[in-house]
Ligand binder design. Structure first.
Ligand code: ES4
Ligand code: ZN
Length: 327
């Protein structure tokens, strides 16, 4: 349609994408066969039927199960390149990809296998599709600080510009940002950029901790920030970018209806909001679908859409010169 074409035509960056969450049921079945992995599903339809979640943990259980089919460097390459092919058609010119190394090393797949497979696809994506990219390593917050430190240590050979940032994801409730203050200090000392999921299910207090204790450069989700007016004002004036994921919030029951989504209120409060897909294979859509979902439910204007796209470029970790090329 006209609106889809308008969205696709605007240059934009995806800043919140878990590459393991781009594993489509078809590829899951193919890789299960290729790697001789037992799946608790007999068909693609059965997989899709299992994707009914009532909260974040429901989803994470299925997501960690699904990633078991990823075994070889080629699997990580295929996963990543398939994602890049999809978003190249949606006007995404740059992506900052998250991955969860602990979700793989804990089941015996080497850090180097995972990382090198993803990076080889990102290189090919730049060369063959013209999509630039950066890689962000996320710590699983349900695991220990010690485990995160060990992962940081193992990643050091890739801190020469291949892994540019660390993030914090997985089960939010009961695992506040404060648990990782020392790990984030160590990552900052290594000149890495810092991001963290906060205020997805957790309270605005977790957002405050991510800002004040972890001193993050960008906030993932942050939906519940606006429950704290003083914090909202502070983050509006700081200009930190928020990576909001509308279809994710709907599928994980953060909002009962897309009309209840806080994105427009966040924009009106002066926050630098961006639109992202989170785990597109699980939540029902890639970038354009996420834009359409909020544009329709919240009656956003074409100007609003253009602002969201510009925010994604300015909120990225590209250099000022690189940003200028897209703005
Ligand atoms: C995630 Cl939606 C979401 N929230 C937290 N952690 C995650 N890992 C992958 N998707
Ligand atoms: Zn996420």
């Amino acid at each position: 349609s006209n609106l889809t074409d308008f969205i696709n035509a605007l240059p934009k960056a995806e800043l919140h994408l878990h590459i393991e969450g781009s594993l489509e049921p078809e590829m899951m079945m193919d890789l299960a066969i290729r790697n001789n992995i037992d799946l608790p599903y007999k068909s693609v339809e059965e997989i899709r039927t299992a994707y009914k979640f009532s909260n974040l943990q429901d989803f994470l259980d299925i997501y960690y199960q699904g990633m078991n089919v990823l075994q070889t460097e080629q699997d990580f390459y295929d996963l990543t390149f398939a994602y890049l092919e999809k978003i190249a058609k949606e006007g995404v010119v740059h992506v900052e990809v998250f991955y969860d190394p602990q979700g793989h090393t804990s089941r015996g797949v080497a850090f180097s296998t995972v990382t090198n497979g993803i990076l080889r696809a990102l290189d090919d994506g730049q060369e063959k599709l013209g999509v630039t990219s950066e890689l962000i390593m996320s710590f699983l917050r349900h695991l220990s600080e010690e485990d995160a430190f060990a992962t940081l240590e193992e990643a050091k050979p890739w801190f020469d510009g291949r892994i540019v940032a660390v993030g914090l994801d997985s089960s939010e409730m009961g695992h506040p940002p404060s648990k990782f203050e020392r790990v984030f200090n160590a990552a900052r000392d290594l000149d890495l950029k810092l991001v963290a999921h906060a205020g997805e299910e957790g309270p605005s207090e977790y957002v405050r901790e991510a800002i004040e204790l972890l001193k993050i450069d960008r906030l993932d989700h942050g939906n519940r920030t606006i429950e704290d007016l003083a914090l909202t004002r502070k983050l509006a004036s700081s200009g930190i970018a928020f990576t909001v994921c509308p279809l994710s919030n709907l599928k994980l029951c953060g909002v009962a209806n897309m009309k209840d989504h806080p994105l427009k209120k966040m924009m009106q409060a002066g926050l630098k909001v961006t639109v992202n897909s989170d785990d597109p294979a699980y939540f029902g859509g890639y970038m354009t679908a996420n834009f359409l979902s909020v544009v329709e439910a919240l009656d956003l204007s074409k100007d609003d859409i253009a602002v969201l796209c510009r925010n994604s470029i300015s909120g990225s970790f590209l250099t000022d010169d690189e940003k200028q090329q897209h703005l």
